[in-house]
Design a protein around this ligand. Structure first.
Ligand code: S3P
Length: 164
């Protein structure tokens, strides 16, 4: 199993899909599975039940997925916040950190209304704060780091395949 970690908007789903196709593996998306189980969007669940309840469900789903059949797994951007998730990901899967700067992510997600954590007055500052907390956690969880800045999706996929 290969897992992708990184900030929201770092390209985990886009790169993950292409990587899965390249390796002829199924593409798995933990947020998608969580939404299937909830029967509503993560954003709605966040608003209704709060972040802690979401994190509980996220840990359950990650525990299952990382023990399941092999694939390319796109994780939620906050999956590394809990030590148990970090160790499950690191020990059971090969983890790639797609490392994007907060400014890069901001340019991509400016008009996106689906990310609950970015529905604030100053989303760029929010991304900078998230990056400050999470960059060390993504690094700790990952087996290798891919800087997303300039390369195309196809190039990023090649860079990952060369490191596997
Ligand atoms: C979150 C990122 C989201 C989703 C949830 C919380 C986060 O996933 O899991 O909204 O804490 O960064 P993406 O990274 O796919 O946007």
């Amino acid at each position: 199993m290969i897992s992708l970690v990184g900030l929201p908007g770092s390209g985990k789903s886009t790169v993950g899909r292409q990587l899965a196709r390249r390796l002829s593996l199924p593409f798995l998306d933990s947020d998608h599975l969580i939404e299937q189980r909830l029967g509503c969007s993560i954003r709605e669940f966040f608003d209704r039940e709060g972040e802690a309840r979401f994190r509980d469900l996220e840990s359950t789903v990650l525990d299952e997925l990382t023990q399941g059949p092999s694939g390319v797994l796109s994780t939620g951007g906050g999956s590394v916040l809990r030590p148990i998730n970090r160790s499950h990901l690191h020990e059971r899967t090969q983890v790639v950190y797609l490392r994007s700067s907060p400014d890069e992510v901001f340019r991509r997600l400016r008009h996106d209304r689906t990310r609950p954590l970015l529905q604030v007055d100053d989303p760029l500052q929010r991304l900078r704060d998230l990056f400050a907390v999470r960059d060390p956690l993504y690094r700790e969880t990952a087996h290798f780091v891919i800087e997303t800045g300039r390369p195309s999706v196809a190039t990023l996929v090649n860079m990952i395949v060369m490191q596997l």
